[in-house]
Design a protein around this ligand. Structure first.
Ligand code: FNR
Length: 186
């Protein structure tokens, strides 16, 4: 009997309309087919973290994201690299969620990919994200490592990804995330 689709929350670290990272997540959804159902997080409404604000209440956009992480079987990030690290948008969202109770990333299967216009494909940001989420007790898929270098040469203006090798690796990562999730779920 075929196993039921896993629920994947896709989190892009870029707010940009034509973001290569958001496009990579849409490719992941396409390649997952019936094996997964995707929800796409929206980080645009999350305010800058302020402890005074947190002490008063949890903003709705933060609670929504926290609930989406809790509800998901697994998380798939795609992050740009900003000055050798993850984007401030992504770090800020993670900082907010880290102050929720329950802390939603705890025990969550996660995978990361990155897209950048440089030759490194955002590798340095990926390792920072792994380091950040170790502290929050998430469980990372180790391989394949999907770093989409020269992203501007691989994606069309409408976000279509024609590069076969990149599509292959994204597909393998989604499969690995599904396998990892089922293994952790027992
Ligand atoms: C960048 N970019 C970038 N690229 C890279 O490979 N390493 C880096 O350290 C940086 N630093 C950086 C800082 C800032 C503030 C910006 C705006 C950009 C370029 C970045 O990879 C490129 O803009 C990507 O297209 C961003 O991802 P999205 O928005 O297309 O998903």
């Amino acid at each position: 009997m075929a196993s039921s689709p896993i629920k994947i929350l896709a989190i892009s670290g870029s707010l940009r309309q034509s973001s290569f990272n958001s496009a990579a997540l849409r490719v992941a959804e396409e390649l997952a087919g019936d094996g997964a159902s995707f929800t796409f997080a929206d980080l645009s409404g999350i305010p800058l973290y302020d402890q005074d604000l947190r002490d008063k209440h949890v903003p709705e956009a933060v609670q929504t994201l926290g609930n989406q992480v809790l509800d998901a079987d697994a998380i798939l990030f795609s992050t740009p690299e900003y000055n050798y690290s993850v984007s401030g948008v992504l770090k800020n969202a993670i900082d907010w969620l880290s102050r929720l109770d329950p802390q939603p990333f705890a025990d969550k299967p996660v995978a990361v990919m990155s897209a950048s216009m440089s030759a490194f494909g955002g590798a340095r940001a990926q390792y920072d994200l792994r380091r950040i989420l170790i502290y929050l007790d998430a469980h990372f898929v180790n391989k394949p490592e999907v770093m989409i270098a020269f992203a501007h040469q691989k994606f069309d203006d409408d976000g279509t990804l024609g590069d076969d090798d990149t599509r292959l690796f994204i597909g393998k990562l989604v499969t690995a995330l599904g396998d990892w999730t089922r293994r952790l779920q027992g």
